[in-house]
Design a protein around this ligand. Structure first.
Ligand SMILES: [Zn+2]
Length: 98
């Protein structure tokens, strides 16, 4: 199982954990919990799928931290996550170069 990592979201350290899917709804690939500032991602997902799931949970976290009702609208969150993952993958921002 992969080691957890910390991502800073809206200035808050959020722990990203990789786990078996047994502790959430069948078919689920991730979840966000702002009670303890954690995101859980299903371990072993293909890289592109993992990126989309992570971004999906980051969007949930941002919405929840900021009191946006958008947090409960799964379709909108999914469309944003899928679209933003493709946007980040398909464009070169030069973030890696000096
Ligand atoms: Zn969701």
């Amino acid at each position: 199982m992969r080691a957890s990592k910390i991502l800073r979201i809206c200035g808050v350290d959020v722990t990203v954990k990789y786990s078996d899917p047994g502790d959430w709804a069948p078919g689920g690939q991730g979840r966000a919990n702002t009670a303890d500032f954690s995101i859980t991602i299903k371990d072993g997902l293909p890289k592109d799928c993992e990126a989309t799931v992570l971004l999906h949970e980051v969007i949930h976290t941002i919405c929840s931290m900021n009191g946006l009702s958008f947090d409960r609208q799964e379709t909108e969150v999914s469309v944003l996550a899928t679209s933003l993952t493709a946007f980040l993958r398909d464009n070169d921002f030069g973030f890696d170069s000096d």
